[in-house]
Design a binder for this molecule. Sequence first.
Ligand SMILES: NC(=O)c1ccc[n+]([C@@H]2O[C@H](COP(=O)([O-])OP(=O)(O)OC[C@H]3O[C@@H](n4cnc5c(N)ncnc54)[C@H](O)[C@@H]3O)[C@@H](O)[C@H]2O)c1
Length: 318
Amino acid sequence: MSTAATPLAEQPASATTSARAAVIGAGLMGHGIAQVLAGAGVEVRVYDLDEAARESVRERVADNLRSLGGDPAIVRRIAPAQSLADAARDADWVFEAVAEKLELKQELFRALDDAAPAAAVLATNTSVMSVTEIASRASGRHRIVGTHWWNPPYLMPLVEVVQTAETDPAVVAATISFLTGLGKTAVHVKRDVPGFVGNRLQHALWREAFNLIDAGVCDPETVDAVIRAGFGMRLGVMGPIETADLIGLDLTLDIHEYILPRLDPPSAPAPGLRARVAQGRLGMKSGEGYESWTPERARERREHLRRELARITGAARS
Ligand SMILES: NC(=O)c1ccc[n+]([C@@H]2O[C@H](COP(=O)([O-])OP(=O)(O)OC[C@H]3O[C@@H](n4cnc5c(N)ncnc54)[C@H](O)[C@@H]3O)[C@@H](O)[C@H]2O)c1
């Protein structure tokens, strides 16, 4: 790390239990993030501008835990803080989860320059905004990273860890390690693009869904039925990249050549897809596509898909 090394950078995931964190913003996401942290043994101080939000945070976490059969006693590790400085003073990690307003987040990260210890990692939970822009008024930009949690944070495994051009790679590595130690599926987003990976994919789907409804192609209920009974069911078992490798990139390219110019807005097949097909990297059947495949691994993934779909649909029993 270039400046003010993060004490957690070199530590194993089990170091979560000795960590201290601040959560700024105690709304839907903030209280859920505090719950995950406290559940892993982290001492958490939570600040919210709104007194009712910060004073009710322990109660809301305890309610969640009761309804899920968890241990409400972990709320003893969560304490409301009366100011930003009070929350961040001793923190190793600061998770910002205030409203999705650029100016507000920019000012907050500027204030954290002084409010948080020099070695603390500062993370924003923005859903779609540029982390670079959010960090632009702060001087310690090397320690600012995106951590995009999904709602509800205590049930959804994914956290996207977003690296800006200014984030120290050691901060990214430490953040992934820390979140993995919390039991999260922490993935590395290597470039700071609006919407990161998850929301770019999700909103591309929504754009097409809303356009289909507007064009009178189907009812809103049909969109949901198509996804839930169709490819959405499969997506939970096998991701789209693996699926493309399974069906073959040559077929995927043929489909894209026809359909992408007809979508709204029109586009063309990805250069990387064309290049793979030109090189004979066609997916599972050729041993390589977007991923590398041994015959055993390809067979195992096909079998996994069949088994899981049978389990989900109940076909295995009939
Ligand atoms: N809701 C979701 O599904 C979801 C999912 C992922 C990420 N996010 C992101 O998480 C962030 C928070 O979203 P949310 O849904 O929890 O919002 P929310 O409205 O439930 O909570 C935001 C909280 O921030 C507080 N706040 C506002 N200004 C503040 C300040 N200056 N200092 C301290 N607290 C302040 C508010 O009082 C409020 O309690 C946003 O950036 C949002 O885009 C939301």
